[in-house]
Ligand binder design. Structure first.
Ligand SMILES: [Zn+2]
Length: 288
């Protein structure tokens, strides 16, 4: 299963990718990590990337694509991958398309985690990490509590700090860049019949359930370690698949319908489910 997850900073993309990695067993291919590794290992691509970074230039897409190509050749990527941090703009999306086509490994799905921008700002503003042990908390969604409130490093309460780029001014700028550069990818992938939009303004487990539904991977839904504690998920899992799909679609539509300012996006998001029309669109599409 070859997937691109799209989502603004604060949309929960990192958390959901992690769950895919753990539960579905496909690697997350992060272009940031690839760059760091290539530089550290001193490969030819790494050397060129370092040269660009040292002279303050952006690393060219062709270098990043070269690293992705190398990474996809490794055995663990045979079953699929989640691409993280790439593509971030249309030029990169086109280039990726060409690369994957050449490798005969086209994407299976592109999932957009949709969260209202005010909620994104709120979530990011709540992020804190402990200066001593590095654990990440969110004052709104996952504050330190109970036994977890004690820092394993110091034995005292965690010393919570905010990352410098999580302040409100920087967040607004990061969201603006996302809207300008990355949001156009939504239409790009919709036109290819690959896009699934998920309402990600819900609890983490619920978003995972919706992701499982969209990607049709039941294994993603039920974590082994917390199975007993998740009755809701179990109940959902017992429903026949078709009913479940209808229920989720209804719920997604209902929760999207309320805020007024998302009208255009909502309307577009309501276009027929990608899965249902993917075959038809693929046949019609004139890819290159
Ligand atoms: Zn700590």
């Amino acid at each position: 299963m070859r997937i691109v997850l799209l989502g603004a900073p604060g949309s929960g993309k990192g958390t959901q990718s992690q769950r895919l990695v753990e539960r579905v067993g496909i690697p997350q291919i992060s272009t940031g990590d690839l760059l760091r590794e290539a530089v550290a290992r001193g490969t030819e691509l790494g050397r060129q990337a370092k040269e660009a970074m040292d002279s303050g230039r952006l690393v060219e897409d062709s270098l990043v694509l070269g690293m992705i190509r190398e990474r996809l050749g490794e055995p663990d990527a045979r079953r699929g991958f989640i691409l993280d941090g790439f593509p971030r703009n249309l030029a990169q999306a086109h280039a990726l398309d060409r690369l994957l086509e050449a490798l005969k490994q086209p994407l299976d799905a592109v999932v957009q985690l949709e969260v209202d921008s005010r909620e994104l700002v709120r979530r990011i503003a709540g992020r804190r990490s402990c200066a001593d042990c590095g654990r990440v908390f969110n004052l709104l969604t996952s504050p330190p509590s109970g036994a977890g409130a004690v820092c394993p490093k110091t034995g005292a309460p965690h010393r919570l700090m905010q990352r410098p780029d999580d302040n409100e001014a920087t967040v607004a700028e990061r969201l603006r860049v996302y809207d300008e550069k990355t949001r156009p990818l939504i239409d790009f992938y919709r036109a290819r019949g690959l896009l699934q939009v998920i309402d990600a303004e819900a609890a983490v487990d619920e978003v995972t359930a919706r992701l499982a539904q969209a990607l049709r991977v039941p294994a993603l839904r039920a974590p082994k370690r917390a199975a007993g504690a998740r009755r809701g998920a179990a109940k959902r899992a017992r429903k026949p698949a078709k009913k479940k799909a209808a229920a989720t679609a209804k719920r997604t539509r209902a929760s999207r319908a309320s805020p007024k300012r998302r009208s255009t996006r909502t309307r577009r998001a309501k276009a027929p489910r990608a899965g249902a029309v993917r075959g038809a669109r693929r046949r019609k599409s004139t890819r290159r």
